[in-house]
Design a protein around this ligand. Structure first.
Ligand code: FAD
Ligand code: NAI
Length: 471
């Protein structure tokens, strides 16, 4: 390629990692190409992940609330009906609006967007199989791998996305299954179980470990969440492993047994959701052509500046190390462009919030009690229940609590764990506090508006530092 044709940055993948890097690089005046094979931008998150799942969670919650939670508030409703087709249309509208918005942003920042599948030809050249047929190639001074992740399959259970589904099928079911089995009680399993249980399905979650919530969730909070979700009607089989599945009959059969040697039983359902984690996706990328390494779990190996073994080929997002979260991918995307352009960048991996969008939401940042114990770090705990918070009481939504962990000597915040209404918004305050190295006293001395749920956050800090006022 001639100098003029060479791009400053060629990005493979137009998910959150890829498109954010593209916009940032465009803003920095770089010549950028972004290659995406899906046909739309936004990756897993916008197309089949964060966005559609939150649309379904929001509207299924509203439906469930109108059905079961209005009378005592003084609201009498008539005939309430579910229109699943319209619920799905509303979801599709959120998705298409956002993915088109991203396409507009790429254009606005002068990014070339190619619809096709990118493969390494050599260390600087990516050949692209165009979605519309034909082939082209792009040359880049720098290349960014941002190809994301895919659902981990369950051995022996073939995914058809209709009866045996991953999250992608679970957000697009044509009717409410009478019975649904969820393999894996992590975030995807619990969010999807919530959606379909609210819409009328009889849902059982099978989890291998003794706790739901997946990695990182504080055990006390996970237990509280399970209790509330159970009260809502979701059944749980924890400490249970799935041995095999049989999809030949009308009903799908799963053979399960207690994780630590117990008697086997057969569970039946119309739909089975496989939600046992996600794995990095590098299929068809041709990494072998350039000698970029992946580790034993398929993650692209990088250094602290996101460089692979080939220094001008970098990698961010789900396809490499760290939590598989959209906002983590976004932080890395900005940082990697800064490294390329300026030689320095920054992501604080100790300060990445997690949110599970069930009702009530669960959100956390920093370390959990079990992580602190394991690391031998001393800590002090302060909690405050929403049942003692005036706003939660007026809203008649009092399930949950705020829990804070702080260093007993310096009082520096170590972790915040919330289960409760709007926990996902409230955790931003905890994240900011942690990022700024706040002590629990700093928070306790910060005025919070009344009556707000956020006062529970302040009171938990008071309880960590000294004593809460209202509990
Ligand atoms: P991806 O979003 O997977 O994007 C990678 C893109 O690269 C894809 O579009 C793919 O088509 C493309 N691609 C791959 N190979 C090639 C190639 N060779 N050529 C061209 N294009 C290629 N995270 C949150 O933070 N909050 C949430 O609420 C949340 N909810 C989720 C719900 C579900 C059901 C799922 C499955 C995930 C959820 N996530 C959530 C996780 C989030 O979606 C991911 O962390 C995020 O999408 C990662 O971004 P990424 O750009 O690294 O990868
Ligand atoms: P996960 O790792 O969160 O949970 C998987 C669960 O399945 C774990 O609890 C694990 O113990 C269990 N499990 C594994 N193998 C099993 C087996 N054979 N039988 C029974 N249980 C088994 O993975 P999940 O829920 O699939 O989500 C993948 C990723 O997607 C998450 O880690 C998260 O990063 C991201 N995500 C984030 C969301 C959010 O931020 N709100 C929403 C959905 C997904």
């Amino acid at each position: 390629a001639t100098e003029a044709e060479e791009k400053d940055l060629v990005i493979i993948g137009g998910g959150v990692a890829g498109y954010v890097a593209a916009i940032k690089a465009g803003q920095e005046g770089m010549k950028v190409t972004c290659i995406e094979k899906r046909g739309t931008l936004g990756g897993t998150c916008l197309n089949v992940g964060c966005i559609p799942s939150k649309s379904l969670l929001n509207n299924s919650h509203l439906y469930h609330q109108v059905l079961h939670d209005t009378k005592h508030r003084g609201i009498e409703v008539g005939d309430v009906k579910l229109n699943l087709e319209q619920l799905m249309k509303a979801k599709d509208l959120s998705v298409s609006g956002l993915t088109k918005g991203v396409e507009f942003l790429l254009k606005k920042n002068g990014v070339e967007y190619i619809k096709g599948t990118g493969t390494f030809k050599d260390e600087h050249t990516i050949s692209v199989q165009l979605n519309d047929g034909g082939e082209t190639s792009v040359v880049g001074k720098n290349i960014l791998i941002a190809t994301g992740s895919e659902a981990t399959p369950f051995p022996g259970l073939e995914i058809d996305e209709k009866r045996v589904v991953t999250s992608t099928g679970a957000i697009a079911l044509k009717e409410v299954p009478k019975k649904m089995l969820v393999i894996g009680g992590g975030i995807i399993g619990l969010e999807m179980a919530s959606v379909w249980q609210r819409l009328g399905s009889d849902v059982t979650v099978v989890e291998y470990l003794d706790l739901i919530g997946g990695p990182g969730m504080d055990a006390e909070i996970a237990k509280a969440s399970q209790k509330i979700l159970k009260k809502q009607g979701i059944s749980f089989k924890t400490n249970t492993k799935v041995l095999s599945g049989d999809t030949t009959g009308d009903q799908i059969k799963l053979e399960v047994e207690a994780a630590k040697g117990g008697k086997a039983e057969t569970l039946e359902a119309d739909v089975v959701l496989v939600a046992i984690g996600r794995r990095p996706y590098t299929g068809g990328l041709g990494l072998e052509n350039v000698g970029v390494d992946v580790d034993e779990r398929g993650r692209v190996v990088i250094d602290s500046e996101y460089r692979t073994k080939v220094p001008h080929i970098r990698c961010v997002g789900d396809v490499t190390f760290g939590p598989m979260l959209a906002h983590k991918a976004e932080e890395e995307a900005v940082a990697v462009v800064e490294y390329i352009k300026k030689g320095y960048g920054h992501v604080n991996y100790g300060c990445i919030p997690s949110v599970m969008y069930t009702f009530p939401e669960v959100a956390w940042v920093g370390q959990s009690e079990q992580e602190l114990k394991k690391a031998g770090i001393k800590y002090r705990v302060g909690t405050f229940p929403f049942s003692a918070n005036s706003r939660a009481k007026t809203n008649l939504d009092t399930d949950g609590m705020v829990k804070m962990l702080a260093d007993p000597e310096t009082d520096r915040l170590l972790g915040v764990h919330i289960i409760g209404p709007n926990a996902g918004e409230m955790i931003a305050e905890g994240t900011l506090a942690l990022e700024y190295g706040a002590s629990s006293e700093d928070i306790a001395r910060t005025c919070h508006a009344h009556p707000t749920l956020a006062e529970a956050f302040k009171e938990a800090a008071m309880a960590t530092h000294g004593k809460a006022i209202h509990f």
